[in-house]
Design a protein around this ligand. Sequence first.
Ligand code: SAH
Length: 348
Amino acid sequence: MIEDIRNYTLAELEARFKAVGIQPYRARQVFEWLYKSGVEDFSLMSNIPRELREKLGEYFVIEAPKIEEIETSTDLTQKFLFRLKDGSFIESVSIPSKSRLTLCLSTQVGCRFACAFCASGSLGFKRNLEVSEILAQFIAMRKNVPQETVSNVVFMGVGEPLDNYENTLKSIRIMNSEFGIRLGIRKMTVSTSGLASAIERLSKEGLQVELSVSLHAATDEKRSSILPVNKRYPLKDLIKAVRAYIVATKRKVTFEYVLLGGYNTTVEDAENLSKLMRGLNARVNLIPYNISQSRLNFNQPTKLEVLFFKSYLTKKGIDVTLRMPRGSDIAAACGQLVAKRRNAAGSG
Ligand code: SAH
């Protein structure tokens, strides 16, 4: 079977090369072409003999997704819309700041978790992305952004990374590999809607990848009403898994809390959240809701709500940060560009 060569980790590629009669040491050279140079054509791998390049083409392909659209925000955030080989669309975002360039990657076509405020949920779920499709977003954006080096990767695009566990993990290992992209493991963040059993599994991988948990509400009742996944993994199980992650990795975990105007921003919400955080090596990242184009029934919080919530948590001794929405003029929140395209096509 001909497979995309970017679906293989280095160890797997060495084994596959061996099986088809290619010397395994060539895998490292090919890896460097694929990930350091970002080459998407075997014929450009100039230190590989021509005969071998042809043989590679018999066993493997390099599928480059088509960049359908790039939108640039006034704050220089860039949103990429990719068209995959089966015609599906995914999106990825490049987020520059003073000292960093963060690439936000998608892991699935659509999403099955249907969080009430998120445009991705309204897309429905189609399929998992292959490892090659996850990595191709990185390679294509790196080539097309004006900045020189990528400092961070966050799995916060469309989809639930821990619901595509194997492929997300493989792509992390390839990006981290010495012969791959060489991105530090602590420079990568996996964001999850709260799949407790997958968090426990992740804590046993021996990787210090950054973990972000999308919390958004601090009681089971409220959380279940906006994140259906909470019915399967209630807060007790989620917090237990997060504790295990903190112990195993010795890393501070981030809880994302999207401030939904008039919904989860009251004194009671802030008090419940501060109680939940007690004794956890964690920080809370507040994100004012980025109003989407897909007609979801939530409001942006007022300035007063944001300031109140932040200062309440600070007074309770919680490590809290406030992330201002980036690229709101180009629909840069999760799933918004794909949703916009679908609505324009008349099917959304
Ligand atoms: N499924 C994963 C990763 C993708 S979502 C997860 O749930 O974490 C990445 C983050 O963006 C999550 O915290 C999600 O809740 C948040 N998000 C989704 N839509 C948003 C919006 N319109 N405004 C602000 N944050 C949003």
